[in-house]
Ligand binder design. Structure first.
Ligand code: AMP
Ligand code: ZN
Length: 496
């Protein structure tokens, strides 16, 4: 029997506002789509939080034995500066400023995104499609939406007719907006707009002469509207109706509302069964965002190179910090919170490594079976990772009690404890075992260089300049530069 048949997973569906028992369309398989990044700059820690939240969902579904197809897109065209349909394309703008090809921008920041998520130990999605790779499919769906009467063409651009759609469907049902009211209360159209109503959104935009990212279509040389790619790529790979759609809370409106409208207009079917929205990471109480500059980059945390930090933190500890909050709660970033997480993380890992050495008895005074189920109960309750972590700390207490002979455990229970902790810590939460962590290696490298610096100083004191120069020159050849200063010798390592 698969684990998912024994456990009853509930998830909070933003569409209904309730925690619902999860029932996939096809037993044993799950289709999950998550909105990916717009690759025009380095991902900040806020972006990472959303992708870590959905990595937790992906990991737990897999752990339960589901065969999961996880699709996460790369937005490489069509996302304009303003989430409404105006401004320059974000990628084209960056390309213009840096005087490079838009696809060079896309390549650079896609690689950055993958590198960072790998450092956080996120699993790659099953399919990672791009908007530019699906222009033909986007043109086809626009034709269908026009045929069904829910879109209109003006001057080479095509807009979705929200008012018309709302006569038979409910635009605004996900975000709780009353569009009829909004339309009735909007007197004027935005200046120079081709739209019938300001609520209408672009499916296709005619490119201005200076717009470099353009494709031919029946309506004009232009580019697709931002919302369309997700409708096309989710349904292409997961079907017209699929199980889970995720994204950051800030995408609920207009992005996800528009996705629902496009899907329903094209197929007459409600595309998504469970809508999951991850909450924001804040800094100084405000949302981390690229546009405001109120953000911190993951590399700044790993190097400690930011004024808000006293010291560096590893990707592992940073991930643990994020998982200590529920994915639906706002989480505020701070140096103190990370320090506390680091302490907790070390305590958890040390306890896990102590299991091997625990003495065994004929009888257990601890109840491993019910503790194990309490770990599942936490995750079954809408992926409640902070409660799961609290349960793991209950196990830390148990381990310490057994070590101090204040409790006993049988050999079978000890195996079960170790297996369960490993499954939840490494497979579900996606933490890495401390001994295999990057920072551990770099700590060792730093200590080794410090040792060589000391030996070089000794050689100099002994006037053995041949040896001291040899140490300096050979380190230099390896890309490690020593610098002698008033405070002693420091070193820098040239990045590989
Ligand atoms: P973008 O590249 O701007 O489209 O954003 C990629 C993802 O990051 C989206 O799912 C956003 O909802 C999410 N995101 C942006 N800012 C934050 C934040 N401060 N906290 C959590 N997620 C965020
Ligand atoms: Zn999307």
């Amino acid at each position: 029997m698969a684990l998912y048949q024994e456990q009853s997973l509930k998830m909070y569906n933003s569409m209904t506002g309730e925690k619902e028992v999860f029932k996939p369309i096809n037993e044993g398989t799950v289709g999950m789509y998550v909105c990916g990044p717009t690759v025009y700059s380095n991902v900040h820690l806020g972006n990472c939080r959303t992708f870590i939240s959905f990595d937790l969902v992906f990991r737990y579904l897999k752990h339960l034995g589901y065969k999961v197809r996880y699709v996460r897109n790369i937005t490489d065209a069509g996302h304009l500066e303003n989430d409404a349909d105006s401004g320059e394309d974000r990628i084209a703008k960056k390309a213009r400023l840096e005087q490079i090809e838009p696809m060079e921008v896309v390549q650079r920041y896609t690689i950055d995104f993958h590198n960072i998520l790998q450092k956080f130990n996120n699993l790659p999605p099953s399919i990672e499609p791009t908007a530019t790779g699906h222009i033909l499919e986007q043109i086809e769906i626009i034709k269908t939406i026009i045929e069904k009467g829910f879109a209109y063409e003006v001057n080479g651009s095509v807009y979705f007719d929200v008012k018309k759609f709302n006569e038979t469907n409910h635009y605004g049902k996900l975000s709780g907006r009353d569009i009829d009211n909004m339309i009735a209360n909007t007197r004027e159209l935005a200046a120079q707009s081709d739209k019938k109503n300001p609520q209408d959104f672009a499916l296709w935009k005619k490119a201005e002469p200076q717009h470099i990212m353009r494709w031919p279509s029946p309506w004009s040389d232009g580019f697709p509207g931002w919302h369309l790619e997700c409708t096309v790529m989710s349904t292409k790979y997961l079907g017209e109706e699929f199980d889970i759609h995720g994204g950051g809370m800030d995408l609920k409106f207009p992005h996800h509302e528009c996705e629902i409208a496009q899907g329903e207009a094209a197929t007459g079917k409600n595309p998504v069964h469970y809508w999951l929205h991850a909450n924001m990471l804040t800094l100084n109480g405000k949302k981390m965002a690229k546009s405001t500059g109120n953000n911190i980059l993951p590399e700044e945390i790993f190097s400690g190179n930011n004024d808000v930090l006293d010291k560096p933190f590893s990707p592992n500890v940073t991930r643990f910090f994020m998982l200590q909050a529920n994915y639906r709660s706002i989480l505020d970033f701070s140096d103190e919170a990370l320090k506390a997480s680091e302490k907790g993380f070390n305590r958890l890992m040390d306890a896990y490594h102590a299991i091997d050495e625990l003495p065994v008895s004929d009888k257990s005074s601890v109840d491993i079976k019910s503790w194990k189920q309490s770990c599942y109960d936490a995750m079954n309750d809408d992926f409640n990772s902070p409660i799961l972590i609290a349960k793991l700390f209950d196990a830390v207490k148990m381990i310490n009690n057994i070590k101090e002979e204040a409790a006993t455990i049988t050999s079978e229970d000890k195996d079960e404890l170790q297996k369960t902790m490993s499954a939840f810590m490494f497979d579900v939460l996606g933490l890495l075992d401390k001994v295999s962590e990057n920072n551990d290696t770099s700590d060792k490298l730093s200590s080794t260089i410090e040792l060589l610096i000391k030996l070089r100083a000794e050689a100099r004191n002994n006037k053995d300049f041949a040896l001291s120069d040899q140490i300096r020159d050979q380190l230099q050849e390896m890309g490690i530069q020593l610098k002698d200063g008033k405070e002693g010798t420091t070193f820098t390592i040239k990045p590989a």
